[in-house]
Design a protein around this ligand. Sequence first.
Ligand SMILES: *[C@@H]1O[C@H](CO)[C@@H](O)[C@H](O)[C@H]1NC(C)=O
Ligand SMILES: *[C@@H]1O[C@H](CO)[C@@H](O)[C@H](O)[C@H]1NC(C)=O
Ligand SMILES: *[C@@H]1O[C@H](CO)[C@@H](O)[C@H](O)[C@H]1NC(C)=O
Length: 524
Amino acid sequence: MEMKKSPHYGTLTKTLRLALQWCLLLLIFTISALAQTPNYADALSKSLLYFEAQRSGRLPYNQRITWRDHSGLTDGLEQGVDLVGGYYDAGDHVKFGLPMAFTVTMLSWSVIEYGQQIAGAGELEHALEAIKWGTDYFIKAHTSPNVLWAEVGDGDTDHYCWQRPEDMTTSRQAYRVDENNPGSDLAGETAAAMAAASIVFKKSNPHYSHLLLHHAQQLFEFGDKYRGKYDASVGVVKSYYASVSGYMDELLWGALWLYKATDNIEYFKYVISKAHCFGGIGWAITEFSWDVKYAGVQIIAAKLLMEEKRKEHRHVLEKYQSKAEYYICSCLNKNNGSNNVDRTPGGLLHVRQWNNMQYVSSAAFLLSVYSDYLRHSNQKLNCHRGPVGPDELLRFAKAQVDYILGSNPMNLSYLVGYGPNYPKRVHHRGASIVSYRENKGFIGCTQGYDNWYSRLEPNPNVVVGALVGGPDCQDNFSDERGNYMQTEACTYNTAPLVGVFAKLNQLEDQLFQQNQNSPLIASY
Ligand SMILES: *[C@@H]1O[C@H](CO)[C@@H](O)[C@H](O)[C@H]1NC(C)=O
Ligand SMILES: *[C@@H]1O[C@H](CO)[C@@H](O)[C@H](O)[C@H]1NC(C)=O
Ligand SMILES: *[C@@H]1O[C@H](CO)[C@@H](O)[C@H](O)[C@H]1NC(C)=O
């Protein structure tokens, strides 16, 4: 901004000079205000780095998180199947299929809604890599039409040790669902992930996109035909990722993503005909998570209505929409009675004590996309406590994200590695132990607990971009490695933020340009 002295400055009239000074003040004010807003572009870049820290398998030459190395290279070997790759879900080394698939669905949805904004920030390649690292693994795990490998490793033996992934000595037993051991929730979510990813890769990699779609269709058929909860077939998952909401939400979710990916009316009819008996229009729910997909189904169905698609099924779509609105209004505290999500005194949505941030980041994403849908269709939302416009939805999503990034009573960014102040003792095996690349000396199962877990010092490696479980209902947070309810991060916490960061970054850019071009300053 070369607005310093002009040669004519000295000849200007007093009034004009005063006006110029005023403009200058305004400009300085604007710049300092902008300087205080979070750096969403930085947050976006960091959020994508996190997925590289969670990679299992053989790491590629362009791996940017260099404190990690190859791990899990014999996964599946005992069962005669190649299950190398995929993501560790959190701070341990089990590969859990259900949350991994949900992570990939949310990354893909982020790119579908905000691909342009992500590209604008120069991060599209990284986002695509994050998705492909997951879908490459799902292709391997789906070994025949009715067989899907659900998990590698088991929580109990894994949690017995505190080791770097590169040193792992725990069981790598793999578990599967098939015709005799069904898992409709897992199959439905993996179908959703692959269908959504097939949309992402449609232009840039059509062959891959087609392959993903093929798997998605088979998986959905498998899940629909052989009905059952996957945790009844894979018992070891029960104390970790039990499917509490059952499989009906995932079947609706899978069908809806397949409809979006194929435009095949049969998938749409499934969502309509099963709307009632699968709880799609019955459940009014105030959380959206790796387990409970209803709000996502309802919001996408509401979008179809807003776009005036499939008018012949208008009355069912309206019922979906009314539940979608219930979810959104509950986040905005605009439902009547007690049908709202609690908030901390600092204004953060509070659903549950353990890993509350997962619900915050998914809500921020859903509010952000719903705000876009309302804006595009020029509509408002009628909550019990009054009408709400798209700006209010987006403002609230932004407030949640800003809380995450440090505008909170602890003055702490819950996105690790962002800003000056963030959790330093994340409950994460790899991050809490000296990097394997620095020190290849084997660190045994309990040695990790003795020498690293119990240390008071910060972790030697920073899991940049991880969103930790977050504060309690009083905005209080204690940065201790053993406090896993608050200091553990999960891939599905960060995934929805990829889209929201991109959206907010674009908004800031627009604001900045508007300020630069405003007549007051431009005339200077
Ligand atoms: C909330 O609204 C519903 C529908 O209008 C109404 O039936 C119910 O009584 C209201 N509840 C409270 C607590 O106001
Ligand atoms: C956070 O920052 C505010 C404003 O700078 C300050 O008043 C407050 O004491 C800080 N809180 C903590 C927990 O550091
Ligand atoms: C917040 O946590 C700290 C550290 O555990 C504790 O000392 C403090 O009493 C807590 N404050 C509240 C309001 O719970």
